[in-house]
Design a protein around this ligand. Structure first.
Ligand code: AMP
Length: 213
């Protein structure tokens, strides 16, 4: 199963992906997570990416596409994968088509996770993540049991640098301009499945499960 998750920042893609990865037993490939890992390890890729991410801009296509092409050719992707946060531009979607052709595969579905901008702002300003395992929390709806400490791995819980209000607004603007056109791109070829994610996370998971049944 080759899946793509589309949706605004804060739409809940990451939380949904964590469940779908287990249900369908496929690797969850989040380009945002790969960039963040490189930033914290201070790699050359991380230094380049940080200059864009901290401003709420997209990392240039050539850097991102090469990174994803390498990741998709790894052996754990041979039975399928779940792409979260890629593609984010039309050239990235075109590149994904080429990568799939070379691998002799095709996309199974593109899940478009929908949510209003107001709710994105509310969710992201209250979002906190584990600096060790990446698990997401929400200070209002899903706080950690112990303040500042991850329930799963006891790692330190932090606020992402790009979850400040100004950067969230910039990321939303970037999303509407550069990524939303992909919904029509994939709708035109019959791959889109829309899932509203304004309710509880398990409701979105159940809708996806039903769709694939
Ligand atoms: P995310 O965790 O998916 O919200 O991604 C965090 C940031 O990483 C984004 O705001 C972008 O700056 C960058 N990023 C992630 N995926 C991509 C992509 N496919 N193309 C360009 N930049 C990306």
């Amino acid at each position: 199963m080759q899946l793509v998750l589309l949706g605004a920042p804060g739409s809940g893609k990451g939380t949904l992906a964590a469940d779908l990865k287990n249900i369908y037993d496929i690797p969850h490939i989040s380009t945002g997570d790969i960039f963040r890992r490189n930033i914290s390890n201070k790699t050359e890729l991380g230094l380049k990416a940080d200059a864009y991410i901290s401003k709420g801009q997209l990392v240039p296509d050539d850097i991102t596409i090469n990174m994803v092409a390498d990741r998709l050719s790894e052996p754990d992707c041979s039975e399928g994968f779940l792409l979260d946060g890629f593609p984010r531009t039309i050239p990235q979607a075109d590149a994904l088509n080429d990568i799939m052709k070379k691998l002799g595969r095709s996309l199974t579905a593109v899940i478009d996770v929908t949510i209003s901008d107001e709710l994105v702002l509310k969710r992201l300003t209250n979002r906190r993540v584990c600096s060790n395992c990446g698990l997401s929390y929400n200070l209002i709806s899903m706080p950690p049991k112990q303040d500042g400490i991850c329930d799963k791995c006891s790692g330190k819980i932090i606020q992402r640098k790009d979850d400040s209000e100004d950067t969230i607004k910039k990321r939303l603007e970037t999303y509407h301009k550069q990524t939303q056109p992909l919904v029509d791109y994939y709708r035109d070829i019959g791959l889109i499945f829309d899932v509203s994610n304004e309710g509880k996370p398990e409701e979105a998971v159940n809708k996806v499960r039903k769709y694939f049944e």
